[in-house]
Ligand binder design. Structure first.
Ligand code: HEC
Length: 146
C-alpha cells in the first residue's frame, strides 16, 4: 500500500515537472528547415570528409578516422543529437567511435563553431538526416524448435 502511494507520488512529481520545464529545457527549440544539397556543399566546404564518409555519397577520401555517417541504423538519431554532435562534439560520443577506443572522454572532432555559419549547420543536419535509414529488426526464420 505504502509502495503504491510512493509510486503515485513519483508519478505526480514527474507530471508536475513536465508541466513546468526548467529554464534550460529545450522546449520550444526549433530550427528552420535545412536544404540537403546545400548541406552536402557545406560538408565539402568545411572538409568534414577529411574524417567522415557519408553512406551513398561520393566524397574525397578521408585522411583520418574514416568514420561513416548515415547508413542503416536500428536506433533513430534525433535531430537534437545530430545538432549536438556537430556543435558540441564532446557532449555525445558516437557509439561507432566508442567501440574502437576505450574510455573516450573528449571527442577528437574539432569544434567548427567559428567557421561554420548557422545556415551551414542547419543544412548539414538536413543532409546527414537524409542519409540515415531506419531498419526494423528482423524476426529470425532459421530457428529450430524440436
Ligand atoms: C579531425 C576529424 C574530424 C572532422 C574534421 C570532423 N569530424 Fe565529426 N567526428 C569525428 C570523430 C572522431 C567522431 C566520433 C567521436 C564523436 O562522436 O564526437 C565524430 C563524430 C561526428 C558525428 C556523430 C556521429 C554519430 O554516429 O553519433 C557527427 C554527426 C559528425 N561527426 C559530423 C561532422 C561534421 C558535419 C563535420 C564537418 C563540419 C565533422 N564531423 C568534422 C572526427 C571529425
Amino acid at each position: 500500500m505504502k509502495m503504491h502511494a510512493f509510486i503515485a507520488g513519483l508519478l505526480m512529481l514527474s507530471l508536475l515537472s513536465g508541466c513546468n520545464p526548467s529554464p534550460k529545457s529545450s522546449r520550444g527549440f526549433r530550427l528552420p528547415e535545412g536544404d540537403v544539397e546545400r548541406g552536402q556543399q557545406a560538408f565539402t566546404d568545411l572538409k568534414c570528409y577529411s574524417c567522415h564518409q557519408v553512406d551513398g555519397v561520393k566524397l574525397p577520401a578521408s585522411t583520418a578516422f574514416n568514420l561513416t555517417l548515415g547508413g542503416e541504423t536500428r536506433v533513430v538519431k534525433t535531430y537534437g543529437e545530430l545538432v549536438t554532435s556537430i556543435i558540441n562534439p564532446s557532449h555525445i560520443i558516437s557509439p561507432e567511435y566508442r567501440a574502437r577506443m576505450e574510455d573516450v572522454k573528449l571527442s577528437p572532432m574539432p569544434v567548427h563553431n567559428r567557421q561554420m555559419t548557422v545556415e551551414q549547420m542547419i543544412d548539414l543536419v538536413a543532409f546527414l538526416e537524409s542519409h540515415y535509414k531506419l531498419v526494423q529488426p528482423e524476426v529470425a526464420t532459421d530457428r529450430y524448435y524440436p
